[in-house]
Design a binder for this molecule. Sequence first.
Ligand code: BGC
Length: 512
Amino acid sequence: MPAVGIVIGNGNKEYPGNLTTYVTITCIVAAMGGLIFGYDIGISGGVTTMESFQKKFFPSVYEKQKNDHESSQYCRFDSVSLTLFTSSLYLAALCSCVVASYVTRKFGRKLSMLVGGVLFCAGALLNGFATAVWMLIVGRLLLGFGIGFTNQSVPLYLSEMAPYKYRGALNIGFQLSISIGILVANVLNFFFSKIRGGWGWRLSLGGAVVPALIITVGSLILPDTPNSMIERGQFEKAKTKLRKIRGVDNVDDEINDLIAASEASKLVEHPWRNLLQRKYRPHLTMAILIPSFQQLTGINVIMFYAPVLFQTIGFGSDAALMSAVVTGLVNVGATVVSIYGVDKWGRRFLFLEGGVQMLISQVAVAAAIGAKFGVDGNPGVLPKWYAIVVVLFICIYVAAFAWSWGPLGWLVPSEIFPLEIRSAAQSLTVSMNMIFTFLIAQVFLMMLCHMKFGLFIFFAFFVVVMSIFIYMFLPETRGVPIEEMNQVWRSHWYWSKFVDADPGHVEMGKIH
Ligand code: BGC
């Protein structure tokens, strides 16, 4: 094995390599891992509003909704058991992250995807055939475990495979498949809810086996990333693979840097404890704050509860489901914009533009709902133009999320962690995402009941905070090779204090 020399990285590395068909197809297949996550996000809200489903599993909720003509509109759907159904999955995902981190590091990204796909498949079957509440719950837990594995491995896989100049675009394939998953789920719910016998929910829930099979089979045919092969000592194999991926013979520079990063990473015995070291402070901060902020945009209020929300503002149940399909389409379209722009305009621009756009639309939605519903929640007859205006602003908001915090919430963490802490830090990112998804799923209906239209102002406040945070603390990572990322912290006005303060901190950059 070559000797590892230590030099200060110049930060202007350019690795040769093309956007080969091989890497493109590989990344498309891997990105499909997002489908299961998206499908699940989209399916739960619609299923929990289907009467036949409520009657079978949550009869008390059903009764309450039928007979309750007293409560304000804001509180019609406030039910702990129903929200637990939606949110339990995120708790399970949270728990599986730690195991997933170990598997991803020790056995490679591929195996993690495979485990994720298989668990998800099992969960989908159990849910589709459920005859009792326990089957629903165990099914949800299996789905959650599956998501913990795939959300851990897929973003890392994509960022490691991609040539650095196209890393943003290829990584956002993950978010694109999340949004396609959500859209497909919404469309299916729309049709399945119409099935006469009332068993449409079985198709909705059981349908999750399709995306689960895609990622299961996909993970079997995908190659492992060179980074992951090197991490497990397979140097020659990694080099051959990298040549194929990049479509050029001369991959020496890149492979050497990968080996150097892997050497550094082997010195680390406790990746978790390591994360707490001072020099990893920027990484730790981003691993915690980016996913938390992503959820505090309030996006999942729309994703989980759009049909409920639209019914609350006076749509019939069909129109409500249909509007959810419209927001789903906007979500997919705007993600494509992000794929186009992320490596051209950079991450910071998208984050900041998205923040301003979300803020404006949230304030507009709050004002519109506040004006008609007031605080007592009894709007009287709502004109059609009113509903259209609300849906329009919600679409503007969803578009903003879908080209900023949505994709970047997964992309930025996956590209900033050095190899020695990558799996652990990614697992922290997924965990934070899941904790906040859980909290918001769990408390949203209660918050809507109590905070009323002010709920949108609550999320708008966080959008202001997170935009300031990005402006001050997130350096631009566009066009920086992943193993060279350290330079962006070293030249940052604030983070340089942390990374430079460590006397042992030099970049392992070249092999002589
Ligand atoms: C988020 C999900 C969200 C989805 C919407 C993802 O990036 O993690 O919580 O539902 O985007 O498209």
